[in-house]
Design a protein around this ligand. Structure first.
Ligand code: ADP
Ligand code: MG
Ligand code: MG
Length: 250
């Protein structure tokens, strides 16, 4: 059981190739981190896996526990168990956070089954407590006027509530403060299990101080150019990405 990416090539709609043959396997139970310089294609990889619009897969495959993800629409992938933070519109005016997550959960149930509202709120509140989120948050519209840290908490809350098989978490390079990082780590660590795989995308090593990955990969110019254990992240912290220049094709 794994999320398997084989020789994946993808372009922007104008034909510019961004992913130039990415091969990566994330077995259930493992946390893989992808690091790499800005512009190397890390966010594009997560978007292509989740089916985000704006990218064209030109060759290669992405399968989840043997199922071909590339044949599925974005919402089908999500229901099948792929989670990507912000695969939804970043602001959904008028829809409260609580109802947004509830609708996503409802969409996963067989026809005719209804979510029990009392049980739902009890579960939601217990997870919000874990993430130290204010109860007022549930009534606010999705992502409306959120600070960076609030967005991150919300993203992790969605992940916890949706219980994905594979979670893709892109730290983005927006400079999260240490509290937001710790929340991401707490959420991820609480969800680590034999039944779930994680792909953590991070430009900086610091997130990996809080979440110990099983494997670390370095992406550069649309490819994975190095893979190793957690020590690779520490090495990169020391050396930076300068070594990539030596690896670059002439
Ligand atoms: P990373 O997450 O590693 O910083 P990205 O995947 O965001 O890298 O971007 C990889 C390259 O693709 C960059 O050169 C970026 O400008 C370009 N790119 C990605 N998505 C788009 C897009 N939707 N439109 C234009 N350029 C894009
Ligand atoms: Mg290739
Ligand atoms: Mg990025």
């Amino acid at each position: 059981m794994s999320l398997q990416i084989k020789d994946l090539h993808a372009t922007l709609e104008d034909g510019t190739e961004i992913l130039k043959g990415v091969t990566l396997e994330i077995p259930k139970g493992e946390v893989h981190a992808i690091m790499g310089p800005n512009g190397s294609g890390k966010s594009t990889l997560s978007k292509v896996i989740s089916g985000h619009e704006g990218y064209v897969v030109t060759s290669g495959s992405v399968t989840m526990d043997g199922e071909n993800l590339l044949e599925m629409e974005v919402d089908e992938r999500s229901r099948a168990g792929i989670f990507l933070a912000f695969q939804y519109p970043s602001e959904v005016p008028g829809v409260s956070n609580a109802n947004f997550i509830r609708a996503a959960l409802q969409a996963r149930l067989p026809k005719g089954e209804e979510i029990d509202a009392v049980a739902y709120y009890k579960h939601l509140y217990s997870k919000m407590d874990l993430l130290e989120m204010d109860r007022k948050f549930t009534a606010r519209a999705v992502n409306e006027g959120f600070s960076g840290g609030e967005k991150k908490r919300n993203e992790i809350l969605q992940m916890i509530m949706l219980e994905p098989k594979y979670a893709l978490l892109d730290e983005t390079d927006s400079g999260l403060d240490i509290d937001a990082l710790k929340i991401v780590a707490k959420g991820v660590n609480s969800m680590r299990s034999e039944d779930r795989g994680f792909l953590l995308i991070t430009h900086y090593q610091r997130l990996l101080d809080y979440i110990k990955p099983d494997h670390v990969h370095v992406m550069s110019a649309g490819r994975i150019v190095r893979s190793g254990g957690p020590e690779l992240a520490l090495e990169l912290e020391e050396t930076g990405y300068d070594f990539l220049k030596e690896l670059a094709p002439a």
